[in-house]
Design a protein around this ligand. Structure first.
Ligand SMILES: O=c1ccn([C@H]2C[C@H](O)[C@@H](COP(=O)(O)OP(=O)(O)OP(=O)(O)O)O2)c(=O)[nH]1
Ligand SMILES: [Mg+2]
Length: 151
């Protein structure tokens, strides 16, 4: 189990608003909650940056975190992320923020403490770019963007 430092920025966290946790033993993500003062109506097309009330410091450059949409909110209600995916650097110590975008056709009310997105920790490979004049040709070579066809 990886230990990650977390700081409570909003006193309601751990009290009226639960801390993020893995919902089941096999859950990949921890749900992040909207630390709002009052419910927020997201109109169709509207994007708002929402506080989560907490900061994490991953510390290890071999790790990062990603903020991903919740499938139910995204599929049923059109509530996804304004940046599609959030990437949390291991040296970031600020508040975790969630960009919420209503890509749907109807207004959606985000309640105080509602679970709006999920946080997943992922390994990161440290890479150094090495300049070369040519690559050893692979089977794919430069083919991409659908060059293998459909179906
Ligand atoms: O959904 C997100 C995405 C990012 N961040 C924070 C953590 C991340 O480490 C930092 C920078 O994110 P990113 O590198 O994606 O944004 P940028 O636009 O490149 O900003 P910067 O110039 O600060 O790197 O912002 C969030 O809190 N939520
Ligand atoms: Mg950046």
């Amino acid at each position: 189990m990886q230990r990650i430092e977390v700081k409570r920025l909003d006193p309601r966290l751990g009290e009226s608003i639960p801390l993020p946790e893995q919902a089941t033993a096999g859950s990949a993500g921890m749900d992040l909650r909207a630390c709002l003062d009052e419910p927020l109506i997201l109109e169709p097309g509207q994007t708002e940056l929402l506080s989560t009330g907490l900061a994490i410091h991953i510390g290890d450059p071999g790790l990062a975190a990603m903020i991903l949409p919740r499938s139910g909110l995204g599929h049923k209600h059109g509530i996804v992320l304004g940046n599609l995916v959030g990437l949390i650097d291991s040296d970031y110590q600020g508040e975790l923020m969630v960009s919420c975008w209503n890509r749907g056709q109807t207004p959606f009310t985000i309640e105080v403490g509602e679970r709006i997105a999920q946080l997943v920790f992922v390994p990161v490979v440290a890479a150094e770019l090495t300049m070369v004049d040519s690559f050893e040709t692979s089977d794919r070579a430069e083919g991409g963007f659908g060059h293998t066809g459909r179906g």
